[in-house]
Structure formats: C-alpha cells, structure tokens
Write a protein that binds this ligand. Sequence first.
Ligand code: ADP
Ligand code: MG
Length: 650
Amino acid sequence: MSAPLIEVENLRKRYGGIDGAPVVDILRGVSLRIAAGEFVAIVGASGSGKSTLMNVLGCLDRPSEGRYRFAGRDVATLTADELAWLRREAFGFVFQGYHLVPTDSALENVEMPAIYAGTGEAERHARARQLLGRLGLAQRVSHRPNQLSGGQQQRVSIARALMNGGRVVLADEPTGALDSASGAEVMQLLSDLADAGHTVILITHDATLAACARRVIEIRDGTIVRDTADPSAPAANADAAPFHWPARPARSGPRRWPFDRAAARAAWRVMGLNRFRTALTLLGIVIGVASVIVMFAIGLGAKDRVMTQIGAFGSNLLYMAAIGESSRMPGRSLTLADLDAIAALPDIAHVLPNITGNRVVRAGSHDMQTYVRGTGPALPSVQNWQLAQGSFFDAEDERQVATVAVLGSKVARELLPDTADPVGRTLLIGRTPFLVIGVMSAKGALTGEKDDDNVVLVPFSTASVRVFGQREPTYAVIAVRDVARVAITETAVAALIEKRHRMRDFQIFNSAASLAAQAKTQDAMTVMLSLIAVVSLVVGGIGVMNVMLMTVRERTREIGIRIATGARHGDIVRQFLTEAMLVSITGGVLGVLIGLAIGLGLLAAGVPAVFSLRAILAAFGCSLATGLVFGYMPARQAARLDPVVALHGA
Ligand code: ADP
Ligand code: MG
C-alpha cells in the first residue's frame, strides 16, 4: 500500500512562552492519516484547535512538535520556496470569510494561484472563466467581491482553490457566513469535488454538516476523540491521481524581476484607488526631479554665458613678455627661436610674435601718436578680432616685408576723418609710406578699453626691419587649443623658457584666470543647487516609503491571501516593489515634463537655460533608484508577514 497523502504524528502546537505570555497548548498530540481522495470532516467546538490544525495541514503554519509528512515527504525539510510551491500546487483554501482580494475582479481572484505558478495569460484566463462558469458565475467574472453575494464570493474562492488543480481542498467553516440555501450549495460543491477525486478536508463546528462527509474526525481540547475511519474499507478514492514530487519543486514558476505585468496592473489600480494619497506622494518625487532638471539648466546656462564671454575676450590666450632689464642683455630677450620651441609644445594652437612701440603716424595734414604693432597674419583668428573693412595682411606680405597696414578703428577715424573707406590710402610711419589695406572692427566696445582701437597693425617682418630696427619680438601671444588647459600650458611654457634662458627673465599671464574663477564659482553653485534638488528627491523617497509602509499595513490580509495561494517571498517583494517603482516612475516622468516646461518658461523670459540630457537622465534615474531603495524595506516587511497572522487580519 502506498503512503497516505497526509500523515501527521503526535502533532503539537503551543502559543505563548515569549515575553512572559502564558504557554497555551492548542494541539496536544494529534495523529492522523488521510488518503488521497478522502472527504473528511474535522468537527469540534469553537476553540478546540480545528483552524490551528488546518493551518498546519495547509502548510501555512509550522507545528511546535511532531511530524507532518505530505505524500511521503517530511514538510519540515522543505525550504520556504518549496512550501510556497506546495501551497500553490497541492492545496486550495476556502475560508469562512472568503478572503478575496477586494480590489481584484472575480476573474483576477481566481487567476491568482496560476499567476504564481507562472501559467501563461491566455491559459489562465480560459481556465478561470471555465471554472467560474462551472460554478454558475459566468455572468460575474468582472465583478469585484463587494459586488457579489456571500454565496457567490464563496464560489469564487472555491474556483480559486481549484485553479491549480486543488488536489487537497481545505475548507474552514466554508458555510459559516452563508444563508442556509447558499450553504447547502457550497456543501454540494464540496461533495461533488470529493466525488471527482479531490481530497476534501472540511472543518466545521456543526455536526450535521460534518455528517455530509464520508469520515468524521472529532477534536476536543486539541486531541482527537473520535474518528469514523473504517479500517476495513479502502480509504483511497480510485479516481484520485497519485501525487508525485518533482525533483526541484521550488524551481517552477516565473522569476521576472523587477517588473511583471500582473503586479504592475494591480499597482496601477491601487494608485488609482487612493488618488489623493498617490498625488501627494508623487508630488515629492515630481518636485525633486523637476528641480534637479531646472537647477542644472540654470547652472549650465550661466556657465555657458561665462564661456561665451571667455571666447569674446580671447581667454584661451597667454601673454608672454621679456622683462625690460634683461631684454637689453644680448641673448636674454625673447627670441623667435623661443617662439618656435613654444609652438612645438602640446596644446598650442598658435604663437603670434609681436613687436611694438609708440610712433607718430601721418596721413595728409593729420598726424597722431599711436601704437604700432608688428604681428602675424593669424591675429584676427587668434584674438577673435574681426575686420570691419578690407583685408588683413597674409603670409606672403610677411615674407615680402610688405609695407601694408591695417588700422584700428580709432586711428581710421582720427587720421583719415575725411573718408569712410580708408582702404587704398597711404600713411607714413616715420618716413616709410604704408598702404592701408584694412580696418579692424571696434574692439573697445567689447573689452571696454578704448585704447585697444588706437593701433596700427603691420606685418611682423616689416615692423622689425622698417619701423623698429630690432629682430626680437617684444612679446608673444600664445593661443591654447583648449580653454580648460590654459593654466597647465602656462606652466609648461614658463618651464620651457626658463630652461632655455636658465633664468626667469620673462613674465607670463593669461586673462582667462579671472573668468575661469568665475566659471568655477558657477560650477560650485550648480553643485550646491543640485544637492538641494537631490535632498528634495530623498524627501520624496521617504514619502514613497511612508506610503508603502501604510499600504503594507492596510493590506496585510491581501498579503496573507497571496501567500496562502502560493506566492513566494520574492513574489510579494516584487509586487510591493513594483508599486513603489510605479509611483516613482510616474513621478519621474511628470517631474521631467514639468522641469522641461519650467526651463522653457525661463528661456522665454530671457533667463539663459541649457538642458542637459545627462541631468535629465540622472534625475529620472534617481527617481527610479528612490523607488527601489525606499520601496524595498516595506516590500520586505510585507513578504515577511506570517501568513496565519496576516490572514486573520492582525
Ligand atoms: P477553532 O478553529 O477550533 O475554533 P482555533 O484553532 O482557531 O480554534 O484556536 C484554538 C485556540 O487557539 C483558541 O483558544 C485561540 O484563542 C488560540 N489561538 C489561536 N491562535 C493563537 C495565537 N496566535 N496566539 C495565541 N493563541 C491562539
Ligand atoms: Mg476556526
């Protein structure tokens, strides 16, 4: 003879004994065997320990002592996930209070065990509809529990018990809350199930109901006082299929992480049911995400403006000049060879040699004291200084020592006041005539230095030979490729020349320094504003956690139901985490949209704002992480609930 499906030996269950609570023995050595396909009633007075026994038989609770074998295997050796598998695949519970999830439809309630078993959606729907149809609820599939009568709700819970097969149906006072007609209907259903080969264990205090079963076990004060089992009759129902343990029971079922559609749909519904609370929770995340985006946009906009100014002032430039004293000493001034050596350094875009001095220039009857500067043809691009008229001298002019000049706007205005187009006119520097080929745009307007426009620009070679009679440059303008590397390059250039001269007989400086400092201040501001924004995200996250903790507390019974229908620890964690993440994702999306809207508004109002994709993604990512981090604790708390305590609505 094969092992009975259920076999308990000397089962004991006691409560208390912790924190000075008195020890109460509820089950005092219960031993019984139930074969597959039996229809057993466990009867006894209220408080005799029937429900306690059923919870142990259904693996919702562990005995304090004694052994429970299910289909030959000791249940105490099973892992938590294996127990979940057993609850889902072998048992179906029917409770006095129905224990349906109030926010789910009849169909969804019936489907629940199949979701945890990983059954596909189409198959799940079909089977749930078929079961509901068989129990006369075809017209009620989309009704919520509160839209159904007690008898209908109990039939929904029976359908749920049968969803994954319902090999063992455990019914605890299933008719206790029903009128007599509905009660009789439910009893008939249970009896039919027993005929069809299901093992049915009916728990009742009512001896007349118990009489419907084929075997009656009476329990009093935690011990069996009567068992009508007929030892001569074959206990097992011939229709009952034998139960086989799979090799790894816990491995079946889905492990989709962190999202699954059923959980997301349920979460969405819960959010909709508590709209006001959801809105308040969202607000924290929305404000956090939106402020991160706006703060970054403003910070970047301000920095961008500083950088534009840096561009206008040519702040990627280094100025290097020989110190007056040493320049008189032969070999100690800045030489063209020095400049070539500088040009060979990394990060150098261009090196402009300059030779300068004050001279009187004349044109017709006018003359004026001005600043003559011999320089390279690259000056307009290096100093970001555009021509207003004509053209600048080129490399050819430089090579041919051409006597051509480009005028600063002040010189053009004062020296040739009679014409609007000085190009083609001649002026004298000393006694040498120069052909005017261009006029620079007014630079003083940008820099605020009016004297910047009091200049005559000539090729370096011409200035050297025809004006100053000196080969060596007075100073060099060095353009650095990358504004960010100006300071490093400055050090490198200084080191190079100091090595070449064997002394520090020059000075070097850059106008970028002050602007760079300004940019740095701006960066610090951005970081600080962002920190404030991140703090508000964290506050939002705490809001999420608070609401999730409340949700878990409000829904302990639902959690108990889910565990009883076979949800694993991970399934419960996943569900509540999904809810937390859905809140924060919704908040994140709204926050991004609102942040962009505010930024666009600022742009329209003339505040410089630069949107950074990275900041937007980071803010959104933070909101996601917030949901995960702050949702995890409540989710874990939910999953750790004791199913017996949860079910009975502690
Ligand atoms: P029945 O279902 O036969 O009416 P129960 O099995 O529900 O009885 O309960 C049996 C006894 O165990 C009751 O006296 C009840 O007060 C007690 N009991 C049940 N659960 C707990 C618990 N968690 N802690 C302490 N006592 C409990
Ligand atoms: Mg009870």
